[in-house]
Design a protein around this ligand. Sequence first.
Ligand code: CAA
Ligand code: NAD
Length: 394
Amino acid sequence: MKIKNVVIIGAGAMGSGIAQIAVMAGYNVTLVDIKDEYIAKGMSSIEKGLNKLEEKGKLKGTSAAALIGNVNTTTDLAKAAKNADFCLEAVIENMDVKKQVFKTLGENVPKHCILASNTSSMSISEIAVASGREEQVCGVHFFNPAPLMRLVEIIKGEKTSDVTVAVARSWSYSLPCLKGKRYCPIVLKDRPGFIANRVNAPTMILMQWAIDKCAEKGIPFEQLDTDAFNPMSPMGPLVLTDYVGLDIAFHTMQYYVKTLHPDFAPGKVITEYVEKGQLGMKTEKGLFEWPKGKKPILERTKKANLFTVEELYAIQANESCRLLEEGVVKDWTTIDKTMDAGYNAPGPMAFLVDGNREKWPKLLNELADKTGREYLRPCELMKSSAYRELRVVK
Ligand code: CAA
Ligand code: NAD
């Protein structure tokens, strides 16, 4: 199937980044949002990215102006859908809003069109039902910032056809990545958070506990980020939450409460910040200050001593074992490669496999006792250490 016309719905951080690389790959792009001012903000970010590449001489045989000219914009989704070959939804992380978008798409796109969602965590199968064409819907999950991060997870919903998966995957591979080579693994089961976000998910349980503890005791949040400091990771978990958006983290946790475990409930601090619109980088203030979107410079002089980097790896490894138990992925080598491509940081499983097998379940039980969060206890595969055999050796 030849894809020419691509419609991106949502002109925010993700939609604008994906529109930029889609137009760079030669597609005719239509960017859709609900208000002209949101479209203007998205277009200005695309323009900034393309101008930067032009200055560096990295736009071969074209110009930023010519590429910008290939991006159409509209607030009329139904009209934009009429000529679409491929639609990618990147609206806010809210199931009802996503379903409404997919309903409109289902009613208006041509028969052959593939529909994809960039949701961070939500069920592709449920979103797909709203479109009335479930075989042609799948998850195409980019990481932030989409032009720079290598990972795109391709998620198969319950009724997604193999053709849809193949087309979505080859489309994802066709988009340029400004830092390295794209990696687009197929997620075998439509489970909350897919692979990379799911592995990271229970670290959010620990963070909610620790952030609220800091607030209670008057400990600055930067000391928590120092607890988590890992030279192999470009951003600590707190800075990353601000970068992604506290609203995205909040809605994702609420979704995990419904679909995984009550321990995922957002803490007091995050709830309060989201209620008052203090959402992180995009509002220049979250857990930290982001003046003009600039990354906060943290003083790493003192720790809060509420957790260790080793404990974070243990939590991620335990969740990786749950993904193997659930059949979301068949081997842990893929999990580590996915984490590396999605977060530019090493995945947890190589550490687990090389370490002392009794140590990790013990550590996780101690963590569950310390925080009162039962979800952090070791799962069966982690306790058995049979995960060692589930690897791909090349
Ligand atoms: N177009 C063109 N150029 C761009 C660009 C764009 N859209 N965006 C950035 N650039 C350029 C910058 O201008 C910069 O150019 P110069 O070096 O000439 O100044 C260059 O690319 C590199 O940018 P940075 O200096 O910002 O790069 P960095 O080395 O500091 O790396 C980073 C930035 C890649 C974001 C790095 O900090 C990182 O890997 N952070 C972790 C990000 C992460 O974990 N993302 C995943 C979040 S979770 C998620 O996304 C899933 C979900 O569902 C929530
Ligand atoms: P954002 O808040 O920056 O942008 C969302 C955009 O969607 C806004 O401009 C909003 O006006 C628009 N929108 C809302 N309802 C709409 C509708 N009915 N039709 C058209 N546009 C509509 O959000 P984001 O960070 O770009 O995230 C978008 C999606 O991508 C979410 O599902 C999120 O979970 C996922 N995601 C986010 C990140 C991240 O780090 N921010 C990473 C990967 C995936």
